[in-house]
Design a protein around this ligand. Structure first.
Ligand SMILES: Cc1cc2nc3c(=O)[nH]c(=O)nc-3n(C[C@H](O)[C@H](O)[C@H](O)COP(=O)(O)O)c2cc1C
Length: 305
């Protein structure tokens, strides 16, 4: 436990020194000499010196930079850090002269310790607001697409309804999600998109596995409960922990347990991808969601094809 406090306290104080005050050499105590920083597939990995230089460049462009650590979750030698940074663009950055605009970006950093120092980090964040502040994408371009029209487009797309669940230190958590998709069959991979404002989000973010329960037509009441902010959505509900400890809802027409892989920050949501580690389905008709309403697919007519 002392070890845990040491690590999180070290991260907090080092981040404050480095990001808020520009004392980048404080990283020499936290990051090992062979440190590697990964930033998604497009950007090249950075070593410790390159990372320090990139912080100096960011601070030259945003001298009033402030970074708030929202949560640190520790799992053995690995830690997940959710953060939010704010600053004003008052210096050149990426070849763009100062715009004076305020910028807020948020993301997550996954940190691995090795012999008391950080050996590797993987960072994911949404660059949209930064690109907007730099004028690389513009609000005029964004406003050209009417939000109501986009909403109307989404209402034309028919989906099922899932309840995405996880075990949060012995407490079952979950929310209704229709942003679920298969990524690939071999390997079996799926994704779900969860809004960061959801109260289930922090639990999902620190979980190693999540459950996807595809609701049956007879589970409209379950869909409503999990689309709510009820304190204990599992009260009075019949559910069973799966082989990987994830809460699986009885009477749902299909269930997956997923080992979480990437947690990608995108707009207001986090995209969780992962590998399916257990799966089953029943001979039950799925609940259908379309245009804001719920339907029983067994009462629709199949078209000849
Ligand atoms: C049919 C339906 C689909 C939904 N799909 C999603 C989704 O894909 N992602 C999401 O974050 N919220 C989705 N929601 C909204 C959440 O279920 C809702 O905001 C819920 O109150 C969140 O609960 P929580 O804050 O307790 O986690 C959906 C709601 C409904 C009714």
């Amino acid at each position: 436990m002392t070890h845990t406090l040491d690590r999180t306290a070290r991260i907090r104080s080092t981040w404050q020194a480095v990001w808020d005050r520009g004392e980048v050499d404080a990283l020499d105590q936290l990051l090992g000499p062979g440190y590697v920083r990964r930033r998604g597939s497009a950007a090249a990995p950075q070593d410790r010196e390159q990372f320090k230089e990139s912080i100096r460049a960011i601070r030259r462009a945003f001298p009033d930079l402030r970074t708030e650590i929202e949560e640190i979750v520790e799992d053995g030698e690995s830690l997940a850090i959710r953060w939010r940074s704010t600053g004003s663009h008052t210096g050149d950055f990426l070849g763009v002269p100062a715009t004076g605009r305020p910028v807020e970006v948020s993301g997550a950093t996954f940190t691995r310790f090795d012999h008391g120092v950080v050996s590797e980090e993987w960072v994911t964040w949404d660059p949209r607001q930064l690109l907007e502040a730099l004028g690389i994408i513009t609000t005029t371009q964004r406003a050209a697409v009417d939000a109501d029209v986009v909403r109307g487009v989404h209402r034309k797309f028919i989906t099922g309804v899932t309840v995405v669940t996880c075990d949060d230190g012995g407490k079952p958590r979950g929310l209704a999600v229709n942003a679920f998709a298969s990524i690939s069959l071999d390997p079996p991979m799926v994704l779900v998109c969860v809004q960061r404002s959801s109260t289930t989000h922090p639990a999902l973010h620190r979980a190693s596995h999540l459950g996807i329960n595809i609701l049956a037509a007879g589970q409209l009441d379950v869909a409503k409960t999990f689309a709510s902010k009820a304190d204990d959505k599992f009260a009075g509900l019949s559910w069973t922990p799966g082989a990987f400890g994830v809460p699986l809802l009885d009477r749902s027409c299909a269930q997956l347990e997923v080992e979480i892989g990437e947690r990608l920050e995108a707009g207001s949501h986090t995209v969780f991808t992962g590998r399916v580690v257990s799966a089953r389905h029943e001979e039950l008709a799925p609940l259908v969601y379309s245009g804001g309403g719920f339907f029983d697919i067994s009462r629709t007519a199949p078209l000849p094809w």
